[in-house]
Ligand binder design. Sequence first.
Ligand code: ADP
Ligand code: MG
Length: 372
Amino acid sequence: MVVETVMSSFSRAFGRDPESVASAPGRVNLIGEHLDYNGGRSLPIGLPVRTYVAVAPRTDGRLVLVSEQSPDRMEVAVDAPDVGGWAAYVVGVVQALGLAGTGYDVLVDGRVPLGAGLSSSAALECAAGLAVADAAGATPSREELVAAAVRAENDYVGAPTGALDQTSVVFARAGHALVVDPAGGSHRLVPWEPEGQLLVIDTRAEHSHAGGEYADRRRTCDAAAAELGVTRLATAGADAVERLLDPVVRRRVRHVVTEEVRVGQALDAVEARDWQGFGRLMTASHASLRDDYEVSCRELDVAVEAALDAGALGARMTGGGFGGSAIALVPAGLGDTVRDAVTAAFADAGLAEPGFLDGTASDGAVVEVGRS
Ligand code: ADP
Ligand code: MG
C-alpha cells in the first residue's frame, strides 16, 4: 500500500514510473547507550516506521531529488563534490557506492520522524543506496551498503558518527534485536518478542548542543582509556573507575562500565523472558545516563518518570540524548494508560505534546520493487 503511494508520488514528480523502490526502517536502541565508541555492546531493533526511496536512472548526469518531507526540489551533478542540505545524504551514498552512472531521479518518502533520534538519516542513506544499486543493476553486499552509508554521513554530511545506526537499519530483523559488538565489528540476532509492547515516545525536543556534548563525551572517554591503558573502556571493569581521580571523569567512566554489565544482564533477561528484569535494567540505564553520563534532558526525564508511574516495566532515553526519543516497556493492556500519562505529564510541565510510535521489532532495509 505505502509502496504504491510512493510510486504514484514518483510518477507525479517525474512524469514516469520508477524502476526501483527500497525501504529502510527507523531504529531504537533497547540498551547499551554511548557504548559503541567505547568498545561496548548495543542492542538495537528496527522500527515499523520506514523511509521509502523510489529511483529511475537519467541519461544526463544529473541527480534530481524530491522529498515528501521537504519543499524544495534539488538538482545537482551526480558527481558534484560539495552538496548541502538533505541531498548530501543521497549524493554521498550514491558516490560512496561508486554508482554515480549517468544520474537518477529520486523520490524520498520518509515515515521515520526527522531529527527524533530514530535515525531517519541512516534510513534515508540505506534506502537510497539500495534503490539506486537496484536501478543501476549493482548488488553491493549488506556490509558494503553499511560502509557507504557511514561514509555519506561522515564525509558528505559531516556528522562524526560511528556505524551503529547504519548497521541497525540494514541488519534488523522482525521479532529480533541485534547485538552489535564493535570490538570485532560483529553483530548477531537474538529473539526479541517481549510480552506487552515497546512504546517509543518522541519528546519533540531538539537540543542544538547535542553535537558538541557528544564530541566532549568521546574526548573524555578516549582520554580515560589512555590513562587506564585499555583499548575497550566498556570492558575495563568497576575497579578501573576507582583508579581515576577526576570526579567528572569517574562518573562518565562509571556509566560506560556499568552499562556494559547491564547489556550482559539484559541479554540474560531476554533469554529467560524475564521482562520485569529487563525493565529494571532499562530504568537503571536511564539513571546512569542522567546522573553519571549527563546526557538526558528535562523532556526525556519527564517521559521516563511518567511512563514508570503509569505502570511501565522499565523506561529510558534512547540514542545520543539531549532530546530525541525515550522507550518504555509496557505490560499488555496498559498502552493507552501510559500514553495518556506521558501526554498529561508533558502538558503539566508546559512541554509541547509528545508523539508515540509502535516499537515492534521490524525488518531491515529491503528492495520493495526491483528491476528483476
Ligand atoms: P535522525 O537521524 O535522528 O532523524 P539526523 O539529524 O541525523 O536525525 O538526520 C535528520 C536529517 O536527515 C534531516 O534534517 C534531513 O536533512 C535528513 N532527512 C532524513 N529523512 C529525510 C526525508 N524523508 N526527506 C528529506 N530529508 C531527510
Ligand atoms: Mg541520524
